[in-house]
Design a protein around this ligand. Structure first.
Ligand code: TRP
Length: 330
């Protein structure tokens, strides 16, 4: 059997997952499972640049793990792990730091944005792309699926691999390909702006159905009277419905709205039904998984152990390349 190609991505643990996360990242990343061996990890070390709440970080990490499994990440055949379980990554970050220019890192959007918005710019924020490059290069992936906002970081990791290889005149680090999810561009939130935690306009993924329904019904729509014809395309309802309905269902609702006599309230109810249809089972699995932390930890441990075996080999080669014993004390 030929070795499957490898896909890798990191997931930052940030509060409650919402529909935008699901459509923009999770659903796409999970589709890669047939074709790739997937290494998906919880980027808890990266969260530390902003998160100073240990209890929240611990809980959110487990929430994320349970969510991905609930949506169908097959952890028998793919790896789900916690970034911090493999401290080799911070070691590799150091070797990369030593071949990466300050001026180059100053060009990172994440750093520039933090400066522009007068946020706390700690060294972790500045070296964020180096840790991310280590996350990637340690496991030699072929493909790194990310959202548009992370595209530059993946490109920086390619450059850091190139710099390292050039500095030592040896092809040690494998250069990965980014895969930008263009298909799902921006998922609209309840107020029509991009769905984002910072706008407080999200639809949470695993909220009780009553809460979910209330949220969906609060979606902003225009005040066209009930009898008037309405356009589904380009409306907040339409832009969400398209991701949950079949082409036929979409067309059907579009036609009925265009004919007049159907209110937005009705359309929102159909949207709600379509969302629930897709999320009901995962939500149930999520609650089961989240109720058994031992089991969840066992899954993360097994993923981490398998990731460790991959990373160890790469790190040993990097160490010998720079002139350090392959393993400590050897
Ligand atoms: N920086 C990514 C984000 O904020 C998360 C991440 C960390 C990541 N390490 C990674 C993504 C490695 C892809 C590959 O979403």
């Amino acid at each position: 059997m030929t070795q499957k190609k490898r896909a890798l991505t990191g997931i930052r643990a940030t509060g409650q997952l919402h529909l935008g996360n699901y459509l923009g990242a999770i659903r796409e990343a999970l589709r890669l499972q047939q074709e790739y061996e997937c290494l998906y990890f919880i980027a808890d070390l990266h969260s530390l640049t902003t998160n100073r709440n240990p209890e929240a970080l611990r809980e959110q990490s487990l929430d994320i793990a349970a969510s991905w499994i609930a949506f169908g990440l097959d952890t028998d055949h793919h790896l789900l792990y916690r970034q911090s379980d493999l401290p080799q990554v911070t070691e590799l970050a150091w070797y990369l730091s030593c071949v990466t220019g300050m001026g180059y890192l100053q060009k990172a959007h994440s750093y520039k944005d933090a400066v522009a918005q007068e946020k706390e710019v700690n060294h972790g924020v500045f070296s964020y792309p180096v840790l991310m490059a280590a996350d990637i290069l340690l496991y030699e992936p072929d493909l790194v699926p990310v959202g548009k906002d992370q595209k530059q970081h993946v490109e920086m990791s390619r450059n850091m691999a190139g710099s390292f290889n050039a500095a030592y005149g040896k092809e040690v680090l494998k250069i990965p390909e980014p895969k930008i999810n263009e298909e799902v561009m921006t998922i609209p939130g309840l107020d029509g702006r991009k769905m984002s935690k910072s706008y407080d306009n999200t639809i949470p993924l695993f909220a009780p159905e009553k809460v979910m329904r209330k949220k969906v019904m609060s979606l902003t729509t225009d005040s066209t009277p009930l009898e008037a014809p309405k356009e589904l395309d380009g409306s907040g309802v339409g832009d969400l419905f398209v991701h949950f309905a079949s082409a036929e269902e979409y067309r059907d609702l579009k036609d009925r709205l265009a004919a007049g006599g159907l209110g937005w309230g009705h359309a929102k109810d159909e949207l709600f039904q379509a969302i629930i249809r897709e999320l009901q089972e995962p939500a149930k699995r999520y609650r089961e998984l989240r109720g058994d932390e031992e089991q969840l930890r066992a899954v993360l441990r097994s993923g981490g152990e398998r990731a460790h075996a991959i990373g160890q080999k790469v790190l040993a080669e990097v160490r010998t390349t720079v002139g350090i014993p392959a393993h400590p004390f050897s």
